[in-house]
Design a protein around this ligand. Structure first.
Ligand code: GLP
Length: 263
């Protein structure tokens, strides 16, 4: 794992965007990007949008696959992940809507929604770089603690903590859906590169657990220790409980020129 500790949330976004841009440059215009919802990746999306606006990045032929969706919200519901991805990713990054995919959380045909989504990812050639946030309990996508480390896209039940964490967006806490469709941890591991971004002290326990703790279904993000190319970009508060941060800073300070990101 590569751990990058940044002085601010804005810098997390710049570094995150530089990583995505590096992969896009390497892969070409048809790069496939895995995208996450939540507040964590917003500074990365902003920095990517700035690159697009400045003509330094063109994602018009790129594809995107979102991690997850609530069950039971219509696609145009403002809190559905379909609509969230449209607002935070598709439009600001000037991507083609027909190439941006979100799992289907409609109540009809839920049993096959996961398999269909897996097939769409395969048909697109797989994900080149997967952007991830992380929940306070270590969930990635909506893979809650106890999720199988080899899981594929399927329906899951949200924990009480995740529903409470996400209640801030809804008028009434009871309106938070109880179920979701999420890429599995095995699906996420199939991405060729993974970029996890986290900011704020509320993520410090999760970051310490997934980077320095054991690989365990109780901290689903810890599965990234099994990935060959996982980059974790955090601000100081999110890094506060890492015990080896001196080493991670030393690694970054000692990078050879060819490994440095153009942030
Ligand atoms: C949601 C999403 C996750 C996201 C997590 C953290 O539950 N399904 O993909 O990483 O929340 O959200 P935030 O970044 O807002 O803290």
């Amino acid at each position: 794992m590569e751990i990058i500790i940044c002085p601010s949330e804005a810098e997390v976004g710049l570094v995150g965007a530089a990583k995505v841009a590096q992969i896009a440059a390497r892969v070409g215009p048809e790069v496939v990007i895995g995208v996450a919802t939540g507040s964590s990746p917003l500074s990365t999306y902003q920095a990517l949008a700035d690159r697009v606006e400045a003509g330094r990045l063109d994602l018009s032929k790129a594809s995107a696959f979102a991690l997850d969706e609530y069950v039971g919200l219509t696609h145009d519901h403002p809190l559905s992940y379909h609509d969230t991805i449209r607002r935070t990713v598709t439009e600001p990054l000037k991507m083609s809507p027909e190439r941006v995919h979100v799992p289907d959380g409609s109540l009809t045909d839920l049993a096959s929604a996961g398999q269909r989504y897996e097939e769409q990812i395969v048909a697109a050639g797989g994900v080149d770089i997967q952007i991830l946030g992380i929940g306070a309990n270590g969930h990635v996508g909506f893979n809650e603690p106890s999720s199988s480390l080899t899981s594929r896209t399927r329906m899951k039940t949200l924990t009480a903590q995740t529903r409470a964490d996400n209640a801030r967006f809804f008028d009434n806490p009871d309106d938070v859906p109880r179920h979701c469709v999420t890429q599995g941890l095995g699906t996420i591991l199939d991405a060729r590169q993974v970029l996890l971004v986290a900011t704020g002290s509320g993520k410090a326990d999760a970051i310490a657990a997934i980077v320095e703790g054991p690989v365990t279904a109780m901290w689903p993000g810890s599965v990234l220790q099994l990935h060959q190319h996982a980059t974790i970009v955090v601000d100081e508060p999110a890094a506060a409980k890492l015990t080896m941060s001196d080493y991670y800073r030393l690694v970054q300070a000692s990078l050879p020129e060819w490994q440095k990101l153009d942030a």
